[in-house]
Every structure is written in structure tokens, then in C-alpha cells.
Design a protein around this ligand. Sequence first.
Ligand SMILES: [Cu+2]
Length: 612
Amino acid sequence: MEPSDETSNKNRRLLVAGGLAAAGAAVLAGGRDDDEEDDDDRAKAAQPTGGTTAPAAGATTSGQSTSTSTNKSTSSVRDDFMKSKVGKAPATPPFLVPLPIPEVKRPESGLSPEPDKYPVDDEAGRLPHQAWDRHRPRVFYRLRVKEEKHSFHPHLPEQKIWGYDGMLPGPTFVARYGEPVLVRIENDLPRDHVGFGSPEISTHLHNGHTPSESDGFPGDYYSRDKYGPTLTRAGRFKDHHYPNKLSNSADFPDTDGDPEGALGTLWYHDHRMEFTGPNVYRGLAGFYLVFDGLDTGDEKDTRPGALRLPSGVGEYDIPLLFQDKSFDSGGYLYFNQFDPEGIVGEKFLVNGKIQPYFSVARRKYRFRALNGSSLRFFQFYLVHEGVDQSFHHIANDGNLLSAPVLTDRLRLTPAERGDVVVDFSKFPLGSKVYVVNRLEHLDGRGPTGRLLTPGTQILRFDVDREPDEPDLSQVPAVLRPLRAPVVPKNVRVRKWEFDRENDLWTVNGRLFDVTKPAAVVRQGVEEVWELQGKGSWSHPIHIHFEEARILTRNGAAPPPHERGRKDVFELRPGETVRILICFEDYVGKYLMHCHNTIHEDHHMMVRFDVVP
Ligand SMILES: [Cu+2]
């Protein structure tokens, strides 16, 4: 962009933002109570707090300068901005609170009204459950999406967040292959909501092999009185059917699907069109873990083939939701919905708490790290007494790698997951071991590529006890064997260019059209998709429904941790990633999009339809 275009481009960006403002929420600050005072302490540069290094100090400030240079057409945006108490957030000394472990979701004995293939009373108008007859649900859950009070840190005020069952993170679902599940997702968000975010929801099970009508398509959003363009009526709830079955039953009749595609670490989050960023930022994210005959979830399992990875969800198998967030001078959550470039949060949270600590025994733990940030990329290190420690990287995104990778770093783009096994038996009792982020990330453009020294300590492990019993868990040399990807002859190649044109986020030069597919893909037919990053921005590209194998990254073989099946593909400026992908078992509308939630809310998404 030429410098002389800067002002007019900003105005155009704000017109786009103004459109979003008209569509819904308008206020910037978060869950403050209505009766609380709103002083005028604002517009000071945000300063980093806690940790050991200054992270991303300029990010919030750049969001402010954009908003304050608004023209008349966006004056309501500016006025609301001026009301918010942006400025220096209160200091939040690290490691004051323990790491919360999200509770495991408990099933219901029955639901009323009884779920059915077709929408029932009070349910949003969806298509019939296409896998109902083959995979009738056997386990039933009721998930309430609602506003509740939450404490991010003892030095910040308790404040309202949006959470699944009112919690951040939401409860952890523990699922098994062969046990189809139905989750009734009730929308109890306040209908008179003011502030960022939108109280209609569409819940996506990220990486799930999910029938289209349960996938949480962005246009499938609902509340009691509103519904999105791809539903037929509003509803108090919507039933989501998760078959928990392997894909590609056609080619693998004996196992009813390809065992290679078994998933482990999934997460669920809101996907409401144009408001995914703020809705997830307000708290709508949780884990969904799946176990199978290899990854059985039992480290003492004596059955042949059982991997015996560290087990016990919440005990030695720990989900870790990493997020960055900003807070205003009053200590309330801050989000600028109207800056299409997004802001980088200056505080770091794990499972909803700013820089917590976690007491561990001297034994092995499995950690399921998820980057749940809007746009920040992380590169984590494990540090003990100033020395980087090695650990095993066992899964990338939802899939176990074919073999563990011994490494000293874990890089995660937004929405990417990494399962690692850390052996604390090598540290003496009383040790403090830190998860440190070193990747510099200053704005929405993407990480700078610089690694900061020493970095920011985000989570502290306190090695404070011997294990109660001998540690029988292991990291086997072979995890889930994977065939080498083979590209069929005469394969169809689709090219997807992710670009920024006239300050709009585009895919193949177009904005998202929720009602019409940009591509029609044949079920069960392998294709090569070529993802190309144009311009100077990084994009983590996510494909719904099926993961893919990376064939090449910029013409070369991908690094070891990217050689498994993946559903998020880091696309740096100018990069080309070729993937082999195939959509099996279900049909209907699906989505590919940038998982920088600011980019996706500004329409960097593609609808594709899978047809028989
Ligand atoms: Cu992007």
C-alpha cells in the first residue's frame, strides 16, 4: 500500500466496520455491569503487565488510533469507543492462581422434548440429521450457552463472560469412537445484549467429521427470535448430532471407517457469521476429546495395541486453552470489533486465568495445547532454570502423529492444537518449570518472525510431589501408523488464493457468500488443494469436515510435526501449501476459512458443498 493511500484506505476499512456496527453490537468494552460507573480514563497506551518480557504493547493503541480517526458515517462507533475505558489495564502479577481444569461434561438421562431426526418443538429449523438412522445417538448432553460471572485474575473485577454452561473454558466432552452423541445446545444468552459480540450462536465442533446440519455453519445461527440465512426458523436450542465414527466406511467396511483418521483433541467454539471473533473472545470455547482402540485413555490398559499415553482427563491428561486478551483501565475485557486488522491481546491466559500455576507430580503428563486466540500465533518453550527442556510432540491438530517428535518448541497458529508429553520425573522436587512464549506478534499482520529472549512466562508447573503410584504411562515409538499420501493420477487441483484487496479479506478475489457454494466437491473423490498466501499477511487456514495431508510446503516436504493429518494450515506471506483432501460419508454445506477470527468475520471464508 502506498503511504498516500493510508487515510482513504482507513476510511474504507471503517465503512466496512460501520456495516458490522449496524448489524449488531456496538460497544467495545466487555462484561461490565450496567450500573457501574464509566469514567473517562482512556486512550493511554496499553502497557504490558506480568511475565518477563514486553509483549505486543502497541497493538491496542493502533486499534484506538484507527477508531478515533473515524469519519461521520461511523460516528456511533466512535462515540461508543469514546465511552469505553481503554487505557492501561491494571497490573496482574503472574502465578497467583491455580490452573483451572474444566470439568468433564456429564450426560443426561433424557431430553425433553425427545430429540429426533427432524427438528422438534422449540428447535431451530435445520435439515434432518442425515446420519440419524445409521448412527442413532446413544449419549445425550444438554449444553447451555449463557452469561455468567468470571474472574480472569484476582486483581481484576469479576465480570460477565459468555460460556458454555457459563464457564470458560466450557466443560470438556469425553467421547469414544462407536458412541454417537447428541448435544442439545441451548441459547440462553441475553437477548437485550449491548457490547461486543452477538447473542445468536452457531456451535462448530472444530475438526469433527460432522454431518453438515450439525457442523455449526456460520449461517446456521439462532436464538429464540432470530435465525441465520441457512436455517428455516428461530429456536431456543439446536440439536447437534456427532456420530463419533471413522470416515470412509466405503473403503474400510471391516472397521466402518479408516482407523488412520481417528481424532483425539477437538474443540468446540462459536462460529456465528461476522461475530465469531467477539463471541469466542467473550468465552465461547471448550474441548471435545475422542478416544479409540489405540488412544484408549487408560495408561494401564493391557489390551494389545493400547498406547498407554498419560491418562485421566483432568488428572494426567490436561487440556490447555491458551489465549491472549486485552483489558481496559477498569480491568474489563476489551475488544475492538470495528478494527478489521484486529488487536493483539497484552495479557496471556490459560484455561481462562491470567498466567496460572499448576502443581504436578514427578511423572509424565499429556498436555493438549490449543491456541484459542483471535489472531496471535504462539511459539512455546519449556524452561527450567533458564534452560530449554525437551518434550515429545505426539499429536498435531486432532490426529496423533505416526511417531513422536522429540523437540524443544511448539508452534501454534490460532485454532491449531498440539499434544505433548512432558516427563517431570527429570526435575527435582520443588522445581518450577515454565511454559514460555517467545514469538513476537505485534499486530494483525502475523508474527514478526522474531524470537524474544527470554520471552513471556505464561504457565508455571510446580513439581511438588512424588506420584501416588508408579507411572505406567509411556510414549511408544509408534503412535498411529500413517500411509504415505499418494496423489491419484489426473487428480483435480483447486487453487485458493488468500489475499487482501482494497482492505478486504478475499479468497480467490471474492468475499464469503453464505447462501451459495464457491465450489462443489464430489463425495469420496480425492482432490489436491493449493493454498496460496498473497500479500504480506499470515493466515491460518482451517477446513471443516475432514483433515488433509500436506504434500508440500513451498515445494518441499513439510517439517516432521506437519506430516500427520491436519485441519489448520499456517500460510505465511507468499507461501504455497499443497494438500491432499477427500470428503467422505456426509453431504451438504461446509466451510474453509482463515481462522484469524477477525479475518473470518470480515468474510475471508469459502462455502463449499459436498455432493454425492
Ligand atoms: Cu487470515
